[in-house]
Design a protein around this ligand. Structure first.
Ligand SMILES: C[S@@+](CC[C@H](N)C(=O)[O-])C[C@H]1O[C@@H](n2cnc3c(N)ncnc32)[C@H](O)[C@@H]1O
Length: 396
């Protein structure tokens, strides 16, 4: 029994396709991630994988008794290989499907797994995965291992998501995408809960949202001293009262103004992925909740100070006012564990719904819930639910 690869391959066409694959500047291409020594051209990998699975027709004299019949069948198989040598094959899943269906005839309906222990630039496992095989890659060089992780694990996870690059996002998603996004560093990112102090839930409020005397009277009534732990029932009750008061929309509620909400949201996103990772956020009419993981080398107090001072100045300028904008200080809580994280996430996302502002979390324009909905092309109309956001031009 011989495989096709042992007998014949359409070499001139494979050579031509390989020359094209090796040409510089042919657009988005896996080889662009990192140039690897002696990387096999992708069309070669496809042809080789296909021809290693399908039998040469001479192995089936019952079906192809004459040399002419075998040659005809070989030509048919070459036809599939030629189609596999085409350009921009990622735009033609039907060609992969045709090859896969043909290969399945030769292996009892289950494609063999592929292990490339010298995977290098990853051409063979990448194409094996595209052909529907279970692909494994190994290499002694950690750079090659990273490359193969990108091809086999990371790229498929984000396949079909819109691009991060603002220009491309603009053309695909419209004006809303014009903000300089960096939140791809954080969205869907698993925070380091094992490092105490890194992940925190922050709230800061407009200066007139919850007057100090109101909080003071609750503190007295509940006998909340500053030494009480956050989990003490009195502290829980205090936070509940403050949250309900905030959500009732007291004060001037400057954050209802789209210009100010956008300003604050852009400020939050400005250093996402550089100084911190934003896990969730919501900008309510008179306060802001943020779930954030501060990156090493940065302090939460500096981060919050920078958000507040920049936005206070800009907001006052936009509104033509002066004086206090935010309440001094901010409220923070460390995230203890997964359960706590999930509860805080839920709280932040649901805050606009709970406050009666919208029906669904993703309908609130200035929130991670809306951002998530808008980023997913699978949710038609999700993007349009969010307000167009102008570029952040002012800098601290
Ligand atoms: C010619 S490259 C493979 C190219 C690959 N087929 C491609 O398309 O990119 C050979 C690879 O084998 C790796 N290698 C060499 N000796 C090895 C060993 N003993 N164990 C694992 N990998 C090894 C090298 O690091 C190199 O990445």
């Amino acid at each position: 029994m011989k495989k096709l690869i042992e007998v014949a391959l359409p070499l001139p066409e494979i050579n031509d396709a390989s020359a094209y694959d090796k040409m510089p500047g042919i657009g988005a291409h896996p080889k662009g991630i990192h140039h690897w020594w002696a990387r096999l051209p992708l069309p070669v990998s496809r042809a080789v994988l296909f021809a290693s699975v399908v039998d040469d027709p001479s192995s089936h004299p019952d079906k192809f008794p004459t040399e002419e019949a075998q040659e005809r069948e070989r030509e048919r198989l070459f036809g599939i290989i030629r189609r596999l040598l085409g350009k921009k094959l990622h735009e033609h899943p039907e060609i992969y499907a045709e090859a896969r269906a043909e290969m399945l005839k030769y292996c009892d309906g289950k494609l063999p797994p592929v292990l490339d222990p010298f995977a290098g630039g990853g051409s063979i496992p990448l194409e094996a995965a595209r052909l529907g095989m279970e692909a494994y890659a190994g290499d002694l060089n950690p750079v090659a291992v990273l490359l193969n992780k990108c091809y086999l694990e990371l790229a498929p996870r984000w396949a079909d998501w819109p691009p991060v690059n603002p220009l491309w996002r603009n053309s695909l998603l419209g004006a809303r995408a014009s903000r300089p996004h960096k939140q791809w560093h954080s969205r869907g990112y698993l925070p380091h809960l094992d490092q105490p102090g890194l992940v925190q839930s922050i709230t800061f409020r407009l200066y007139d949202s919850v007057p100090a005397h109101v909080v003071g009277s609750w503190r007295n009534e509940l006998q909340c001293t500053s030494s009480l732990p956050a989990t003490d029932p009195r502290m829980v009750e205090l936070r509940k009262r403050i949250a309900e008061f905030e959500d009732a929309g007291h004060g001037a509620c400057y954050l209802r103004d789209e210009r100010i909400a956008t300003l604050v949201q852009d400020a939050l996103l400005q250093f996402d992925g550089e100084r911190y990772r934003l896990l969730e956020w919501v900008i309510m009419p008179n306060h802001v909740h943020v779930l954030v993981e501060v990156l090493p080398g940065h302090r939460l107090s500096d981060v919050v100070h920078s958000w507040k001072s920049f936005t206070a100045k800009e907001a006052n300028r936009i509104l033509g006012r002066s004086g206090e904008f935010w309440m001094p200080d901010y409220f923070d809580r460390f995230i203890r564990d997964e359960k706590h994280l999930a509860a805080v996430r839920e709280y932040i996302r649901n805050n606009p719904v709970k406050a009666g502002l919208v029906e669904k979390p993703e309908d609130w324009k200035w929130s991670s819930a809306c951002e998530d909905a808008g980023r997913r092309p699978a949710l038609p109309g999700g993007a349009s639910a969010c307000a167009p956001a102008p570029r952040l031009t002012a800098r601290r």
